[in-house]
Ligand binder design. Structure first.
Ligand SMILES: Nc1ncnc2c1ncn2[C@@H]1O[C@H](COP(=O)(O)OP(=O)(O)O)[C@@H](O)[C@H]1O
Ligand SMILES: O=C(O)C1=C[C@@H](OP(=O)(O)O)[C@@H](O)[C@H](O)C1
Ligand SMILES: [Mg+2]
Length: 185
């Protein structure tokens, strides 16, 4: 399995609740890759939770930290990186994401809403109408997620293991252009 990607890292993108953090850990295990989550690293760098960063320093500061963490991770090979849903918003971040294979986990809003109904850790979702907030974020971000190398559509009741298996199955279809640079090393 390790040879499948020839060391190329995988960046998981997609809106909050699609399962980037959950699927990313399983994928890393199956590929024999390291696993990183940009949100976890941001919290470590800042010494604060995501909620605290948003409340005390604002979203813009969070986005700066996100870019900083992503820049450092982009230098690594053999890694699965679960990103935060908003990482696609800054054009500079794409220059880092393109160091690896970019996979969009795409799930319907109804599913996200169910999963995140009780969530308190995502500051952008602490709105009165979560479904409305998720829909409007998705509307803005969908054209950006569509720029990923691979789209994985997620259906109701699919387990993280099933989603990971589907992702691994799809990798060879998009691998060639991404894997070529490493073959030169
Ligand atoms: N395939 C799945 N089936 C059921 N629940 C899931 C699945 N994937 C993720 N979850 C749950 O949905 C919530 C959001 O998942 P998470 O991995 O944190 O998403 P993201 O990192 O994309 O925001 C978590 O509570 C997680 O346990
Ligand atoms: O969509 C967003 O802008 C955000 C998504 C979150 O990560 P997940 O996508 O892992 O929930 C986290 O980075 C932060 O709350 C902002
Ligand atoms: Mg996450």
């Amino acid at each position: 399995m390790t040879n499948l990607l020839q060391g190329v890292s995988v960046f998981l993108v997609g809106i909050m609740g699609t399962g980037k953090t959950t699927v990313g850990q399983i994928l890393a295990q199956q590929l024999g890759y390291r696993f990183f989550d940009t949100d976890v690293l941001i919290e470590r760098v800042a010494g604060q939770t995501i909620n605290e960063i948003f409340a005390r320093q604002g979203e813009e500061r969070f986005r700066e930290l996100e870019t900083q963490v992503l820049a450092e991770l982009s230098a690594y090979t053999k890694s699965v990186i679960a990103t935060g849903g908003g990482i696609v918003m800054r054009p500079i971040n794409w220059s880092y994401l393109h160091h690896g294979l970019i996979v969009w986990l795409d799930a319907p809003v109804e599913l996200l809403q169910k999963r995140l109904a009780e969530d308190t850790t995502r500051p952008l979702l602490q709105a009165a109408d979560r479904a409305e907030k998720l829909s409007s974020l998705l509307e803005i971000r969908r054209p950006l997620y569509q720029q990923a190398d691979l789209q994985i559509a997620i259906a109701q009741n699919q387990t993280p293991q099933e989603i990971t298996a589907k992702l691994i199955e799809q990798i060879p279809t998009v691998l060639k252009s991404k894997a070529t640079p490493l073959e030169w090393q």
